[in-house]
Design a protein around this ligand. Structure first.
Ligand code: SIN
Length: 487
């Protein structure tokens, strides 16, 4: 049992304008592994969300006016504190989200890496000088912070999905308000505590925690003081939020759902493909937008891949994330598990076969067995929907053109993976896949240096990398006239 009293980063109310909100803590935060209450938080709503937006608005002029170097130093300190407190942050994350502790530590390092990255990248926001069409003019381009940024972040990466947005926003000179998912407020509040310890001024980074997602979301998407809105979550919710942002024409960036194909060609290194598929499918119990959703295997590789893959999946340890050696933790809620199980059973009714798993695990109500399904076709529910659970549907295919068509036959386009060795095929397939990110002979593609984002209904904008700043900057063009030639 974790001794909560030893967790100095465990905070239980919203952090607005450098202040922890007072009030009765009556909203339970539940550990998905055992469904027990970890703690209660003060339930914020519309009023606190508006206060947070106004605080960010007030803090903006001073933050924007700092030099990039000054902002960089504060962000760097925040990064260092995250890493110094990696164990405690990971413990809080595992308790509220469920992922294995080793994976949670990985998420803290991943999240902190964005802060480190944008501490540096913020110093390289260059403008431009463009040759003017006439001799008496000069054209200059400035890049300036968009202003107050509002964000809504998901429960599957309670730390990294905040840092990836906040670090870019703060590095660009914007101020920030985030509403984390109701299920996982504690990681966000712990980040606020560390931001304060790092010396980030009051009002620059605000966290509002509360259960009324709809009402708080309306404030964040419609408040006139918010210049830009960013969201990570489902495509369905993303569409509603985009529509709400339209009323005040906010700049938006969206990181939405995926349906990642993972293609194993005949010429693939089968062992490497098995390792990549395990990493990309079973990370976070299958609850990531970039998780492999459909595994396509070519005829010549099919038997060998299936045998090795099933043997490897069988070895995965399903247990409470706080237990030593746990590799697959619980799903976030019972209803999430029910949704996954329904996709499995509906597809079995349509002819898919369970090669492994296929039911609730003995580890507890919210744990789903590491599952492999064969005889799946691309039109079955398990292939058409984003699974968000530890289930691998395997689809057999014969030729390259056919698999590309099937892989692209979806409204979304976040991540795709394929394993092949023929260099011609590698270029053909990489260019033909309609996805924002492609793992080629690699199952783990997320890192701070790379542009994360999707095409089609997977969203707009890119996070991480030097492109990640663009969404937080406005381009301003200066036309200097009357220069002429000196006589
Ligand atoms: C996500 O699931 O939205 C993010 C996954 C990642 O950053 O790798």
């Amino acid at each position: 049992m974790t001794d909560l009293k030893k967790l100095s980063l465990l905070k239980t109310s919203s952090y607005i304008n450098g202040q922890w909100q007072q009030g009765k803590a009556d909203l339970a935060v539940v550990n998905p592994a055992n469904e027990q209450t970890i703690t209660h938080i003060v339930n914020a709503g519309i009023t606190q969300t508006e206060q947070a937006v106004l605080a960010a608005q007030q803090a903006l002029p001073a933050w924007r006016a700092k030099s990039a170097n000054e902002r960089s130093k504060l962000l760097r300190r925040w990064f260092e504190l995250m890493m110094e407190n990696q164990d405690e942050l990971a413990t809080i994350l595992t308790l509220e989200q469920g992922k294995p502790l080793a994976e949670a530590k990985g998420e803290i390092a991943y999240g902190a890496a964005f802060i480190e990255w944008f501490a540096e990248e913020g110093k390289r926001i260059y403008g431009d000088v463009i040759p003017a069409p006439s001799a008496d003019k000069r054209i200059l381009v400035l890049k300036q912070p968009v202003g107050v940024v509002a964000a809504i972040t998901p429960w599957n990466f309670p730390n990294a999905m905040i840092s990836r947005k906040a670090a870019a926003a703060l590095g660009a000179g914007c101020t920030f308000v985030v509403r984390p998912a109701t299920q996982t407020p504690l990681s966000a509040l712990a980040m606020a505590e560390l931001a304060e310890r790092a010396g980030i001024p009051a009002g620059v980074f605000n966290v509002v925690v509360g259960s009324d997602a709809r009402a708080m979301g309306k404030v964040l998407t419609q408040h006139p003081a918010v210049a830009k809105f960013t969201f990570t979550g489902s495509t369905e919710v993303g569409k509603t939020l985009i529509a709400q942002c339209a009323t005040t024409v906010k700049k938006v960036s969206m990181e939405l759902g995926g349906n990642a194909p993972f293609i194993v060609f005949d010429d693939a290194d089968i062992d490497a493909a098995v390792t990549g598929a395990i990493a990309s499918k079973y990370r976070n119990a299958g609850q990531t937008c970039v998780c492999t959703n459909r595994i396509f295997v070519q005829d010549g590789a099919y038997d060998a891949f299936c045998a090795k893959f099933i043997a490897a999946v069988k070895q995965l340890k399903i247990a409470d994330g706080m237990q030593d050696g746990s590799q697959i933790g619980p799903l976030i809620t019972r209803s999430a598990l029910d949704d996954v199980h329904k996709l499995v059973t509906d597809s079995v009714q349509r002819g898919a076969k369970i090669a492994l798993g296929g039911d609730v695990d003995k580890a507890g109500h919210n744990f789903y067995q590491a599952t492999v399904m064969t005889d799946v076709t691309n039109d079955m529910p398990i292939a058409k929907n984003e699974i968000f659970g530890p289930v691998s549907p395997i689809i057999r295919f014969s030729d390259e053109a056919e698999v590309i068509k099937q892989a692209n036959d979806t409204d979304v386009g976040l991540a795709a993976y394929f394993y092949a060795r023929d260099i011609g095929r590698i270029f053909r397939v990489a260019e033909a896949l309609e996805y924002g990110m492609i793992g080629i002979n690699e199952g783990l593609i997320s890192n701070a240096a790379a542009p994360f984002g999707g095409v089609k209904q997977s969203g707009s904008g890119r996070e991480g990398s030097h492109y990640g700043l663009d969404d937080y900057l406005e381009i301003k063009y200066l036309c200097l006239g009357g220069i002429g030639a000196k006589t």
